[in-house]
Write a new protein. Structure first.
Length: 105
């Protein structure tokens, strides 16, 4: 994996990750939401590569995460991921493992 300076934003979109890592790009269109499925995000490190995503908790509260945010969505009581912004929200999930270890779509 390429080295990143401390002051550069974290990104997984265009980086070579090597054979021991898997990547999935999830795009949420403006004004749309994606229901949270714990299996989809299990053991993944997630970077908000573009836009902003609002995470909705089961209790109904929202928490915004802007471009550059690094998230772990495993084991959380979430309902959905929302894009309230004018541009697509792009999330890149990365996890360790072979092709059979990939979270399901």
């Amino acid at each position: 994996m390429d080295a990143v300076a401390d002051d550069e934003p974290v990104t997984f979109r265009d980086r070579s990750l090597g054979s021991s890592f898997r990547r999935r790009v999830v795009t949420i269109a403006p004004g749309r939401a994606r229901l949270y499925d714990a299996a989809e995000w299990r053991d993944a490190l997630v970077v908000v590569e573009q836009g902003e995503v609002h995470i909705e908790c089961r209790a109904g509260r929202f928490r915004p995460f802007a471009q550059g945010a690094v998230l772990c969505l495993t084991g959380l009581a979430l309902r959905a991921l929302h894009n309230r912004g004018p541009q697509p929200a792009v999330l890149v999930a990365v996890w360790r493992g072979g092709p059979d270890d990939a979270p399901r779509d």
